[in-house]
Design a protein around this ligand. Structure first.
Ligand code: 6PG
Length: 477
């Protein structure tokens, strides 16, 4: 028996991915360091398709048809390198290793280069959608050689999620680390989406005075409109859930300290390196970090500030409508920033990423899947060189309509002391971009004053310096 694909690392993501391949008619070799896991999988799910259980690394490699395709589903970092080193010596020219973990794209670039020198294709693949996605159809973001995609692409297209128009949610993102880079930015956007939703919730609670159950209803309604998305849908589920032990809303019994595994932080670190302002994503990462500083929060609890005074009746309902506008406008800004980062990464590493194709494969399967992404796809398909999503006429018009309410919501949040770092960062980004003059001119003056760092003028070419300590005449440098 020879298997068309192999999966090693049978924790829940690996196991579900292997089952997905098998359910789609592929023969799948399965392997795990602890062999009992492999046997369990075949015992429990063997009826779903054609599995080949491999006890040893050698058996696993021998079970695969050539060119071999092996998917590694282990913890990102050192374990990935360890597994690669176990398998690579047994592989032959043209075989393909696929890393489906959340690797840092710089590690993927290094691994791809090393393995290429040894004649092996390495495909760093972002996979989004959690356990359910892995089983029923994830969004898949593979990066690697054209040759590897030719051998792998059709299988990935088969097991991937399908968008509303039936298009598979997978595309060949580009060479080497591009797939993991795009997955990283997906997660940064995921953080921003979640933060914006969290702020909308808090405003509905404190300013509109709604209960979690009422807010769940508001999200359900929003989910029938332009905000329709997986994250809005599950927000309603979480908010309407009641804790069995106490009878309290679930959201009130959960400790308010958000954790993170690192991909959001990487998105911001890279943005800093690339010089891309992703302020909304950064605020989302910092908001999680701040929430975890329990001692600092405890020590700050007595600080002065207003207490929110909830609205009622139609005022509350009108405010809720404004929050929808603020959330939508801020969401457009987050995606604008995320796509800017992908464009910058693509230029920096020569990846030639098709932004419309990325929006397209995020329409289904992944955590940020949303109706809205079809419009981003359309915007980039119409104009692949779009300087920014905000320069798309449709999005610009929507923000124009939303901005009055967006500003009012931030006004209410500020005067009532409800923290809204995500909404505020998004609006500041928008206002900064549209400003004809920024105070950066003053910053340049200060730099020239204290450090002779020079400045450029609006009316003449060249670099200039003012003799601040002397007669304040200007010299060209
Ligand atoms: C996905 C998710 C997933 C990731 C979490 C972790 O696309 O399926 O992004 O890859 O495990 O969302 O994020 P945290 O940093 O919040 O743990």
């Amino acid at each position: 028996t020879s298997a068309q694909i192999g999966v090693t690392g049978l924790a829940v993501m690996g196991r579900n991915l292997a089952r997905n391949f098998a359910r789609n008619g592929y023969s799948v070799a399965v392997h795990n360091r602890t062999a009992s896991k492999t046997r369990e999988l075949v015992e429990e799910f063997g009826h779903e398709g054609d599995f080949v259980a491999a006890e040893s690394v050698a058996d696993f490699v021998a079970a695969l048809e050539r060119p071999r395709r092996l998917v590694i589903m282990v913890k990102a970092g050192d374990p990935t390198d360890a597994v690669i080193e176990e398998f690579a010596p047994l592989l032959e020219d043209g075989d393909v290793i696929i890393d489906g973990g959340n690797a840092h794209f710089a590690d993927t670039r290094r691994r791809e280069r090393d393995l290429r020198e040894r004649g092996i294709h390495f495909v760093g693949t972002g996979i989004s959608g959690g356990e359910e996605g892995a089983l029923h159809g994830p969004s898949i973001m593979p990066g690697g050689s054209d040759e590897s995609y030719a051998s792998l692409g059709p299988m990935l297209e088969k097991i991937s999620a399908k968008a509303a128009d039936d298009a598979p949610c997978v595309t060949h993102v580009g060479p080497d680390g591009s797939g993991h880079f795009v997955k990283m930015v997906h997660n940064g956007i995921e953080y921003a989406d979640m933060q914006l939703i969290a702020e909308a919730y808090q405003l509905l609670r404190d300013v509109a005075g709604y209960s979690p159950a009422q807010i769940a209803e508001v999200f359900r309604t929003w989910n029938t409109g332009r905000l329709e998305s997986y994250l809005i849908e599950i927000t309603a589920e979480v908010l309407s859930h009641v804790d069995a032990a106490t009878g309290e809303p679930f959201v009130d019994v959960v400790a308010d300290q958000a954790e993170q595994k690192g991909t959001g932080r990487w998105t911001v670190q890279l943005a800093l390196e690339l010089g891309v302002p992703v302020s909304g994503i950064a605020e989302a990462v910092f908001a999680r970090s701040l929430s975890g500083h329990t001692a600092l929060r405890e020590a700050s609890r007595g600080l002065a500030g207003p207490t929110a005074r909830p609205l009622s009746g139609t005022d509350a309902d009108a405010f809720a409508d404004q929050v929808e506008q603020a959330l939508y406008a801020s969401k457009i800004v987050s995606y604008t920033q995320g796509f800017h980062e992908i464009a910058a990464g693509s230029a920096e590493y020569d990846w030639n990423i098709d932004l419309g194709a990325i929006a397209s494969i995020w329409r289904g399967g992944c955590i940020i899947r949303a109706a809205f992404l079809d419009r981003i796809r359309a915007a980039y398909d119409a104009r692949p060189d779009l300087p920014s999503l905000l320069s798309d006429e449709t999005f610009a018009a929507e923000i124009a309509d939303a901005q009055h309410d967006w500003r009012s919501v931030l006004g209410a949040a500020t005067s009532q002391g409800v923290p809204t770092p995500g909404f505020a960062a998004a609006l500041s980004y928008y206002d900064s971009l549209r400003a004809t003059r920024l105070p950066a001119a003053l910053t340049q003056g200060q730099r020239d004053y204290f450090g002779a760092h020079t400045y450029r003028r609006t009316d003449r070419e060249g670099s200039f310096h003012t003799l601040w300590a002397g007669d304040r005449s200007e010299v060209q440098v």
